[in-house]
Design a protein around this ligand. Sequence first.
Ligand code: PRT
Ligand code: ZN
Length: 219
Amino acid sequence: MSIDRLQMAIQKSGRLSDQSRGLLKSAGIKIQANKGQLTARATNFPLDLMLVRDDDIPTFVADGVCELGIVGENVLGEYALGRPEAGIEILARLGFGRCSLKIAAPQEEEFDLSNLEGSRIATSYPLLTKKWLADQGISAEIVTMRGAVELAPRLGIASYICDLVSTGQTLEANGLKPVQTVLESEAVLVRTGREIVPDHAAALDQLKTRIDGVIQTSE
Ligand code: PRT
Ligand code: ZN
């Protein structure tokens, strides 16, 4: 890692990693493979990668440790609601990592929005869920869980869940069905709201132009 190079945070391993790397590759950037390391280096562009958990990407970008990041709108949105002054800016929507944050109910339930009133809802996205409920004029109790949210109704921890859905198979396997959409999400390229030094700003503009080109040709 070097301070003369632009810093970008991407997910180390998970659903966004391969496509984040693939996007950079399509933009003509060669990344030196560095198995097991927390950083990687572009060999033909002044760019370093920080390979981190997706949940940490907004923090790195907000604090300016990384000028750029690739993260899901679900993670970004939850972070931004907790730290509205963070000033992270979306530069581009990347068209991968698509999923929706949805309220799900037991399959056998005849669901109506009013059922949520006064209920308990388990989620890993408490702030996004709270905001959506407030927008709907519903008051409900949020139970925050780090994972295995879809087990909550069976365990009697909550009547409903608010969780990410892509194919819907996980919900179905747990006797649940999607009933409301809280957020549609995809991976986005983000930049810090902090000031960027001129050298990095030039590299950032160049990288952004290349990424825009990749997005346009894949549309
Ligand atoms: O280790 P790290 O913290 O970096 O990774 P993670 O385990 O927190 O995240 P990861 O790799 O699972 O997901 C990274 C990002 O991918 C998410 O923040 C979303 O932006 C996006 N994404 C896209 C998804 C899904 N699709 C998805 N289906 N993230 C999670 N899921 C999970 C969902 O939580 C549920 O458990 O998959 C299950 C549902 O999938 P279906 O197909 O059964 O509906
Ligand atoms: Zn995560």
